[in-house]
Design a protein around this ligand. Sequence first.
Ligand code: FPP
Length: 237
Amino acid sequence: MSKPEHIAIVMDGNGRWARQRYLPRVAGHRQGVESLRRCVRACEARGVKVLTVFAFSSENWNRPQDEVSGLMDLLASALAHEVKPLHESGVKILFLGDRSRVSQRVRDGFAQAENLTTGNTKILLNVCFNYGGRWDIVQAAQRVAASGQAFTEQAMSAHMVTAHCADPDLLIRTGGEMRISNYLLWQCAYSELVFSDKLWPDFDEAALDAALAQYAQRERRFGKTSEQVRSSTLQAA
Ligand code: FPP
């Protein structure tokens, strides 16, 4: 059964999870952190090497002020309480996105988490924060231009914020919506897409396994024909 090495996730549905329980939206995000912790462990146990999650998009600043500040408080609390246990279980953490708009305190927290976990090899957790796929393409293009290199796919990939890892094999979006929402636009060119109706706080190991089972049934052709893919798989075996 083929398994993805790199899974990217749009963790959608926290707000609805909270509303269903007559709770403030931020309570859903808090439960979302629990679900993320569970998901990292489950991915690690299943041999996934890279997990990239969409924690805060460039567009999320437009949410009501109390929700934005609730998310920032949650981030500060996650940095204070989640990083050490993740480090102890061998998780390497990187934060990807535009850091220019986040506070110095948060930037320091990102740097501390990255420095602490830099030598870990069990699984890489990329946390996309103040990230947007179009922003990523533009910043990569600006850096390619500044370097004087030719604009090739390779040069662009080398300047995207994910240059340190291979592209996602599988993109999961929870919460029932079927769109990419400006996430990893460049990197997901050939990713398999799986949409789950589960709200993110309810996305448990069984839901992850269901997504992995869907992935295993897909034939990844990268523009080739089915016959070509099958004959190269047979040759490799
Ligand atoms: C989308 O759900 C989720 C987010 C905008 C935030 C995701 C964040 C976490 C899971 C917590 C980890 C992140 C931080 C910052 C510590 P939604 O609010 O759009 O849900 P809805 O579609 O039901 O309204």
